[in-house]
Design a protein around this ligand. Structure first.
Ligand SMILES: Cc1cc2nc3c(=O)[nH]c(=O)nc-3n(C[C@H](O)[C@H](O)[C@H](O)COP(=O)(O)OP(=O)(O)OC[C@H]3O[C@@H](n4cnc5c(N)ncnc54)[C@H](O)[C@@H]3O)c2cc1C
Length: 480
């Protein structure tokens, strides 16, 4: 399979930046993600148009009230809500370019979820009362996201989510989850036969049936994040690209954030660096996140004959029941996007075996598309927390530092709500609100653990070895 690097979208793409894109970048190895690097070669970057105006790299020392580190959808929504609801015009520091991390690389699948756990797992972990409160919170976040996708031009498709059983044995688990969604949480989630999926959505040949949830909005994630940025800047927010925080000291309660162009002295700092959080950024985050690579490709546009042969009737997004699940959908313009997880380290990311995993999946799921030209191939680092749930919190009450990270590949929708809650916390408006007693708000990110029993930073060096073994086991369990 070859990739046609010249087959770019005809619309305008951001101008190339000074530093080349580094496909081998690895947050567990590099100190920070670079300075002003070019975007990953994603379809989103090629089709988003020019980024909004920004405020240029930091040049000279400056004093600010609130600094936000990271300009993805978390950082931009935190800035937006700080300005809109609390009258605070924050300063956003971005190492590379606006929305350079996950927010310009994702699958754009906005789900009614956050973290990697299903609702049945919430109940098992915290009991039904907490699970219901958490559901109300995540659902409010999803509705807020849905509202934003109507305000921002981002190719939003509000068509729900199809969760496909990739083999018949997976149906029972989906049925149990669908019932729980209906009976415990009041959703209109329902099961669909394989025939219904093939007739009404697409002729996905692997599926044995599916869970359909009406909540799900697929978006162009970079257009969406650029939209958040435009809104935030219109309210006075400053966004400085090519301004990585390379050193952080706190003197008399003031944070001195060293960037190549000058030091930003901030009274309060919100960290929104997702899977691109470097180990050296701040001790409060060291070894608290597990960055996991996710690969994605976009094909050339499907012809009318291919659309008919695959019976694509909808742009509803799909995922399957593999542990290392595939996520896919038909995009506006009739290209197919598909992604999954496969490589473990940045050094390994370019190995063609990871691209083959995706092209083989296209051939298996949609045989008429076997061998179709791939126009875009890229990867990015997903922020997975060690207990699979995010945290939006002030990890040390004595320090004016907050973070919103750990969405585990479910951040397209929830990051905007996390930004809203983070803004409340940074503005000091979180006191006395019961919602902040929920597990995602009340404790810091945990360290790595062994089987959920013993938690310690001492396990951090062994995580990648464990991950390699787990990937082999998952593959065996899902395919054999
Ligand atoms: C391939 C892929 C597919 C995905 N698919 C989906 C999906 O379909 N659905 C879903 O819900 N989620 C998905 N996700 C996750 C989702 O994209 C993110 O959760 C979401 O975009 C929120 O990102 P963020 O703003 O928290 O972080 P990011 O968008 O990663 O932004 C963090 C920013 O911080 C900057 N930064 C890091 N360190 C520093 C520093 N020291 N100084 C200054 N800046 C710094 C980085 O340059 C980066 O731009 C996917 C992620 C990937 C990688």
């Amino acid at each position: 399979m070859t990739i046609d690097a010249t087959a770019h979208f005809t619309g305008s793409a951001p101008a190339p930046s000074g530093q080349a894109y580094d496909p081998r970048y690895d947050p567990l190895v590099a100190r920070n993600p670079g300075t002003g690097r070019a975007y990953a070669p994603s379809y989103w970057v090629a089709s988003a148009g020019q980024p909004p105006e920004d405020d240029g790299p930091v040049s000279g020392d400056i004093d600010v009230d609130v600094a936000i580190i990271g300009s993805g959808s978390t950082g931009m929504s935190t800035a937006l809500y700080l300005a809109q609801e609390h009258g605070i015009a924050a300063t956003v520091l971005e190492a590379n370019q606006a929305a350079w991390g996950c927010s310009s690389r994702s699958g754009g699948q906005g789900q009614n979820a956050s973290g990697r756990l299903k609702r049945s797992q919430w109940i098992a972990r915290w009991g039904i009362d907490t699970a219901r409160k958490l559901d109300a919170e995540i659902r409010a976040g999803f509705e807020n996201f849905r509202g934003l996708t109507r305000q921002i031009d981002c190719e939003a498709f509000d068509g729900g989510h199809l969760y496909l059983a990739h083999r018949p044995e997976k149906l029972a688990g989906l049925e149990t989850e669908a019932r729980l969604m209906r009976e415990q949480f009041g959703y209109a989630t329902r099961m669909m036969s394989a025939e219904e999926v093939r007739r009404d959505y697409c002729d996905e040949r692997e599926t044995a049936g599916a869970l359909f949830e009406p909540e799900g909005v697929g978006i162009h994630p970079l257009k969406f994040t650029f939209g958040l940025m435009r809104k935030a800047r219109a309210l006075g927010v400053k966004v400085h690209p090519a301004s990585p925080v390379q050193g952080w000291t706190t003197i008399d309660g003031i944070h001195h954030l060293r960037t190549p162009g000058g030091t930003v002295r901030a009274r309060r700092v919100a960290v929104c660096t997702g899977g691109y959080t470097g180990q050296a950024l701040n001790p409060l985050l060291k070894n608290r996140l597990m960055p996991i690579l996710s690969n994605s490709v976009v094909t050339r546009p499907l012809t009318d004959a291919e659309l008919s042969a695959t019976n694509f009737k909808s742009r509803t997004f799909l995922t399957d029941t593999r542990t290392l699940r595939f996520y896919y959908r038909l995009l506006e313009g009739n290209r197919l996007q598909i992604g999954s997880r496969s490589s473990v380290s940045g050094a390994d990311a370019e190995d063609p075996v990871h691209l083959k995993l995706l092209t083989d999946a296209i051939a298996r799921k949609f045989p008429p598309l076997a061998g179709i030209r791939i126009d875009y191939s890229w990867w990015g680092w997903v922020d997975v927390s060690h207990d699979m749930m995010p945290r939006i919190t002030q990890p040390d009450p004595g320090k004016s530092i907050w973070y919103a990270v750990g969405y585990g590949g479910n951040g397209v929708s929830f990051s905007t709500w996390a930004g809203k809650r983070l803004a409340e916390r940074v503005a000091g408006k979180d006191g006395g609100q019961e919602v902040f007693e929920l597990p995602i708000y009340r404790s810091p990110l945990p360290f790595p653990n062994v089987l959920g029993l013993v938690e310690s930073p001492a396990f951090a060096p062994f995580r990648r070895a464990g991950q390699r073994m787990l990937y082999k086991w998952y593959w065996f369990r899902d395919e054999k």
